[in-house]
Design a protein around this ligand. Structure first.
Ligand code: ADP
Ligand code: PAZ
Ligand code: MN
Length: 798
């Protein structure tokens, strides 16, 4: 389908925006478009823009938001996006499609760049157009929420699509009845909306960040400030269907003298979230009743994929309709208006389409990269928070259902994201994104090369701590120690925290989990090193610490890339391919010593006393030597591998000086290589987006890498994971697609090849490369600390 000059056929949600997530891919959109859409509301300005893919292989829609208070920044950002193309001959003026109240209020500001044309679109029209577009064109956009099935996708049935109701929860709430394309009526609304929650919570708690408020709701107990039915009746009031646990009066419990006026911010936050959401849910239900409507969509930035909010709205609809209706949610719920404005069909574009003309130009991917470098003054900080577990459950509950309307090969991966743009690195005045279902792939799949049988099923974890009380105690203590090490790094100013409060919150949260696990080891299910490490990442994400190693990673990567050309020259000067490969393997292992997650090594890394050479000397080969030789024999004498799938580990020396030169060797010997990196940050592991940039930079200094990238023989893909370990049953489906035909699987790092996958077997050849950097992990494998793991196993063929 064409909308506003854009081909939306086959639109899918994708996790890779320059390696990052949650954009919508438009694979059939061949031309670039030079327009940006913005919906400036009372609280937030939401921006939608498109970049074109590499070699114009389709478009990519991006979604980002700014506080309306910072509208100047937002406008600057949009103008920058539209920079650069106006000099091209014959191109039209770039356009900002603007909607929302701010399109009028900030008209002069928007028009401050004369070369940019401003088109103001009606807000409600944009909202419904955006919703219609997302429902119809984007696969796996709409879902229902229940605690046990947090993301059940809903197929858009053509017949019963209309009429539906949209409850848009922004600063205030608008309720629209939508009868068809462009046919809608605002049937109701309420002034008790998102702005109410934001404002009241600010008054009551002093907090100003909405994300922090949502964060608080998680630990709060509303019964401390609400008056419950049980407080009044002492029990259920079953006769009229009220349970003791129902809220009788929001905030009504505050007056009780027993509380002694000791109120906790978190309790207040939770109570008010319930109050606002329940109220909206009830008004929504009543309107649906009144207008005989069964489909209720909830939109607006207020929702943010926040489980508690969705639970409350769902519960309210379910409760009042006695199970007859359910609330429908959207993965781009905050961007309905901006999306509608973006796809607004302009007469000019339509005419061009009809004439078979190309619609004029665009925002290129490079220009999209202004997001990373908005002049010298602007620093970009992307905050993504992930609730992996919710997403994993969501993936499990969707069970591979797929929407194939209009023949679209549909796949969904991520939830909405927001990028923070802030002056001089401060993030306090920018919008964060707490979307709890954030950026998690909806479809996670097993690696096809995993050899798993009923007798020997695949189990990612090497040691099941559940059955080993002593090991349990050791690893819990190790994690505590390790976390205190992080605090020392933080005290040295080495970590990216954006405020101390978050670090304190994180430490309290994680240590509290560890305490609970010490008391009740099975509280969260089976315990493993992988789970403990993963839990730490979740806690970091939960308080908004998305990438505390960002600056360390950048610094180490810059240093490593500077050392790459001489290293490659040195490798190339070795005449025997076998000796060359041996050195390359040794470098992969040495690179793996650059592990900021290791208590043993962190000190040396922090004081800069470790370099690749020294790391190489520190490693002991022992029986890995013989194993490496077997791999060298295979490469020497066997046919070239067709395709290698390499699970990479750390940024800096590990990936730049270890893995990349090794991958270069493989591609030079006729193997195509897929580098699989974490989709989102964990410790100092390189992420997909970082790795893409690294490969691009390496291609600038090395012809072999440049050629391989150009020919598609060296590609980067996200694993779907954001943990230091790896569960090979849960890989991003794009990676699984790319792994078809792989006859060599390489796994790098202690997290991925020792704590997990140490016993994993594959139908094709596999190579595990890591260093034992922890005494207990070494002991468990009968190894010594700093022993190399170089485990080559020919494929089992099963
Ligand atoms: N990071 C955030 N910053 C501010 N408000 C947020 C944030 N995330 C969610 N919200 C909620 O979203 C509301 C704004 O929703 P939105 O749909 O953008 O409305 P509007 O168009 O009126 O600005 C806020 O009032 C607040 O309740
Ligand atoms: C988190 C890690 C698995 C990362 O190692 P990598 O995968 O990068 O080789 C490792 O640093 C680790 O196990 N750390 C925890 C134990 C310790 O404190 O050393
Ligand atoms: Mn790592």
């Amino acid at each position: 389908m064409m909308f506003g000059g854009i081909n939306s056929t086959g639109a899918i949600i994708d996790g890779i925006k320059k390696g990052e997530a949650n954009d919508i891919l438009l694979p059939n959109q061949k031309e670039r478009v030079q327009k940006v859409a913005v919906d400036i509301g009372g609280s937030l300005a939401k921006v939608v823009y498109m970049t074109s893919g590499p070699r114009h292989q389709g478009g990519r829609l991006h979604f980002t938001a700014f506080e309306t208070d910072n509208v100047e920044q937002c406008v600057k950002f949009m103008h920058k996006l539209l920079d650069g193309d106006d000099e091209r001959e014959g191109t039209e003026r770039p356009v900002i499609m603007a909607t929302g109240g701010g399109a009028h209020r900030f008209r002069d500001l928007l028009s401050s760049e004369r070369r940019v044309e401003i088109r103001v679109e009606d807000e409600m029209e944009s909202l419904t157009a955006g919703l219609n577009f997302l429902i119809r064109e984007v696969a796996d956009e709409v879902f229902t929420y229940a605690e046990d099935r947090p993301m059940e996708f809903v197929e858009a049935g053509a017949e019963d699509e209309f009429p539906y109701m949209l409850v848009n929860i922004g600063s205030g709430v608008s309720i629209l009845r939508v009868a068809g394309e462009g046919q809608f009526e605002r049937i109701s609304g309420t002034s008790l909306g998102g702005g109410t929650l934001w404002g009241l919570l600010h008054l009551l708690t002093g907090e100003r960040s909405f994300d922090a408020m949502l964060g608080m709701t998680k630990s709060g107990d509303n019964t401390k400030v609400d008056m419950m039915v049980g407080d009044i009746y002492g029990n259920d009031y079953g006769k009229i269907g009220l349970k003791a646990s129902n809220i009788a009066s929001s905030m009504g419990g505050v007056y009780r003298k027993t509380l002694d006026k000791q109120y906790d911010d978190a309790d207040i936050a939770r109570s008010l979230l319930y109050m606002v959401s329940n109220n909206i849910g009830q008004i929504a239900y009543l309107n649906a009743q009144l207008h005989g409507i069964r489909r209720i969509y909830f939109g607006g930035y207020f929702i943010r994929g926040h489980p508690l909010t969705m639970h409350t709205l769902s519960y309210a609809i379910n409760f009042w309709s006695k199970g007859q209706m359910s609330a429908l949610f959207l993965r781009h719920e905050g961007f309905l208006g901006a999306t509608g404005a973006f796809f607004k069909t302009e007469p000019r574009a339509e005419a061009a389409e009809e004439n078979g003309l190309e619609v004029a130009a665009d925002v290129s991917e490079e220009e999209g990269a202004v997001a990373d470098s908005l002049g010298a003054a602007m620093a970009a900080a992307t905050t993504h928070r992930v609730e992996e577990r919710v997403a994993a459950d969501a993936a499990a509950s969707t069970g591979g259902r797929r929407r194939g309307r209009r023949g679209t090969a549909a796949a969904a991966k991520t939830y909405s994201f927001t990028e923070n743009f802030s002056i001089a690195g401060s993030i306090t005045d920018a919008v964060g994104s707490l979307g709890m279902l954030d950026r998690a792939p909806a479809r996670l799949m097993a690696l096809p090369q995993l050899a798993s049988s009923a007798a020997q099923p695949y189990q990612p974890d090497t040691v099941d701590l559940t059955r080993a009380p002593q090991l349990q105690a050791y690893w819990i203590s190790a994690m505590e120690r390790n976390t205190h090490g992080l605090l020392e790094l933080a005290a040295d100013g080495a970590l990216e925290l954006g405020g101390e409060a978050r670090l304190t919150q994180f430490v309290a949260l994680y240590l509290d989990h560890l305490r609970r696990l010490r008391e009740r080891p099975l509280a969260y299910g089976a315990m493993s090193v992988r789970a403990l490490l993963g839990l730490r990442e979740q806690c970091l994400h939960e308080v908004g610490l998305d990438d505390i190693f960002a600056s360390i990673k950048r610094r180490e990567t810059d240093a490593a890339l500077a050392a790459l050309p001489p290293l490659l020259a040195h490798v190339d000067a070795i005449s025997s391919p076998r000796d060359r490969l041996r050195l390359l393997l040794h470098n992969v292992l040495a690179g793996n010593m650059f592990d900021w997650g290791s208590t043993a090594l962190r000190g040396a890394l922090a004081n800069g006393s470790l370099d690749l050479e020294r790391a190489r000397d520190q490693i002991t080969w022992r029986d890995s030597f013989a194993n490496a030789d077997r791999f060298l024999d295979r490469v020497d004498h066997g046919p070239a591998y067709a395709r290698a799938l390499v699970f990479v580990d750390n940024s800096g020396a590990d990936v730049c000086l270890g893995v990349l030169p090794f991958a270069r060797f493989l591609v030079a010997h006729g193997t195509s290589v897929v580098l699989a990196a974490n989709s989102r940050p964990a410790l100092n592991d390189v992420t997909e987006s970082e790795l893409l940039a690294i490969v691009r930079r390496a291609a600038l200094v090395d012809e072999c890498i440049a050629q391989a990238v150009d020919d598609g023989r060296l590609v980067v893909c996200g694993t779907g994971s954001s943990e230091p370990c790896l569960d090979l049953r849960k890989l991003d489906e794009r990676l699984v697609r790319l792994s078809h035909g792989a006859d060599l699987v390489v796994i790098v790092g202690m997290g991925r090849a020792i704590h997990s996958n140490y016993h994993a077997r594959f139908s094709c050849d596999s190579l595990k490369l890591a260093v034992f950097k922890n005494q207990m992990a070494a002991d468990a494998a009968g190894a010594h600390i700093y022993d190399a793991l170089c485990k080559y196993v020919p494929g089992s063929g099963t």
